[in-house]
Design a protein around this ligand. Structure first.
Ligand SMILES: Cc1cc2nc3c(=O)[nH]c(=O)nc-3n(C[C@H](O)[C@H](O)[C@H](O)COP(=O)(O)OP(=O)(O)OC[C@H]3O[C@@H](n4cnc5c(N)ncnc54)[C@H](O)[C@@H]3O)c2cc1C
Length: 280
C-alpha cells in the first residue's frame, strides 16, 4: 500500500479547495482496508468516499485519509445488489438500469460513493438510500461484521453507522423496465442540473433541514443569494449551496457558512446545523 504524505485534499473533494492531509492512502481490497484500520487504531483517520460532503480546513488534516475510491466492485448475489463502498451512485444507477432494477432513479446526479451515501443516508425527493439497504459489512475493532437492516437506524441525513467504517452494502431493488428506469434517471438528473449549480465546485446543501424549516428558503428570504467571501459565493441557482466560484479557500467557505448562520440566528432566532463535514 502506497501511503502518500502531504496530499492536497482539493484534489479529492468536490469543493475543489482546502488544505493538505498529512497522509493519504487508497485501500485496494478488504484486507488492505482492515490492515490500515488496525494500524491506525486510536490514531486520527478520515474515511473518504467521493468527497462530496467533505471540506478540509486550510490548516490541513493532521492524520491519515483513507480513500475508498478503488473499492468499486459491484455484482448481483441471490437477487441483491452488492456494492463495495467506493462504488459511485452513477455506476450503481448504470448497473441497475442494465439489470432492470428500479427504485434508485431519484439519486441520479448525486455525486456520492455508496459508503458516504449510506453513512449519511443521502436522499432527495422524499427518498433516501437507507430504504434500500438489506445489510452492511462494517469494521469494528479491525474485524468485519455484518449488520442486518433491523440493526441499523436511518433518519434524515443520519445513520447509526456513523462510527463504523463500511466495506460493503447489500441493496434490494424491485424488477422494472429498463427503458422506464433510464427515463426516470434522466428525468431526475435533468431536474438536478436545472436546479443545482453543478457547474461549480460545491458540497451540495450546506445546512440540514430542521423539521419544516428549509435553509435555502430562509437564505433567499433574507436576501443572501449571491453574497461572496473571497472566491466562495452563495449560489444564485440554489441558495442552499455555497459554490467555489473563483479559487475559493476553505476559509472563504467556512467564513461564508458562519456569516449565514449568524445572520439567520440574529434575524430569525433559528440555529442552523451544518450538513457538510469539515475535516480538522
Ligand atoms: C452537486 C451536488 C449535489 C448533491 N446532491 C445531494 C442530494 O440530492 N442529496 C444528498 O443527500 N446529498 C447530496 N449531495 C451531498 C453528497 O453527495 C452526499 O452527502 C453523499 O452522501 C456524500 O457521499 P461521499 O461519498 O461523497 O462522502 P464523503 O464526502 O467522502 O464523506 C462523507 C461522510 O461519509 C463518511 N464515509 C464515506 N465513506 C465511508 C465508508 N466507506 N465508511 C464509513 N464512512 C464513510 C466520511 O467519513 C464522512 O463522514 C450533493 C453534493 C453535490 C456536490
Amino acid at each position: 500500500m502506497n501511503i502518500i504524505s502531504n496530499y492536497p485534499m482539493a484534489k479529492e473533494t468536490t469543493f475543489k479547495c482546502g488544505g493538505i492531509a498529512k497522509w493519504f492512502v487508497e485501500v485496494q481490497d478488504l484486507t488492505s482496508f482492515a490492515n490500515i484500520l488496525k494500524l491506525h487504531t486510536n490514531k486520527l483517520y478520515y474515511i473518504l468516499g467521493n468527497g462530496s460532503k467533505t471540506l478540509c480546513n486550510d490548516k490541513g488534516y493532521n492524520g491519515l485519509v483513507i480513500s475508498t475510491k478503488k473499492l468499486n466492485n459491484i455484482c448481483l448475489e441471490n437477487g441483491l445488489v452488492v456494492c463495495e463502498c467506493g462504488v459511485n451512485l452513477f455506476a450503481l444507477n448504470h448497473f441497475l438500469a442494465e439489470n432492470c432494477l428500479k427504485g434508485l432513479e431519484w439519486s441520479q446526479g448525486i455525486p456520492a460513493s455508496v459508503g458516504g451515501a449510506v453513512n449519511m443516508n443521502a436522499g432527495s425527493f422524499e427518498y433516501s438510500v437507507g430504504q434500500f439497504v438489506e445489510k452492511v459489512e462494517v469494521f469494528e475493532n479491525g474485524e468485519c461484521k455484518i449488520l442486518n437492516k433491523n440493526q441499523i437506524n436511518f433518519g434524515y441525513r443520519f445513520s447509526s453507522l456513523k462510527n463504523f467504517p463500511i466495506f460493503r452494502v447489500w441493496f434490494k431493488f424491485e424488477k422494472g423496465e429498463k427503458s422506464e428506469i433510464l427515463d426516470l434517471q434522466n428525468y431526475y438528473f435533468n431536474k438536478k442540473t436545472t436546479s443545482q449549480p453543478m457547474e461549480f465546485g460545491s458540497a451540495g446543501s450546506i445546512f440540514k433541514r430542521k423539521g419544516d424549516i428549509i435553509p435555502a428558503k430562509i437564505i433567499d428570504k433574507l436576501g443572501l443569494k449571491g453574497v461572496k467571501i473571497g472566491g466562495a459565493e452563495i449560489s444564485y441557482k440554489h441558495c442552499g449551496f455555497i459554490v467555489n466560484k473563483n479559487n475559493a479557500t476553505a476559509s472563504d467557505v467556512i467564513n461564508l457558512i458562519n456569516l449565514i448562520k449568524t445572520t439567520i440566528k440574529n434575524k430569525t432566532g433559528i440555529e442552523l446545523e451544518e450538513e457538510i463535514i469539515i475535516m480538522e
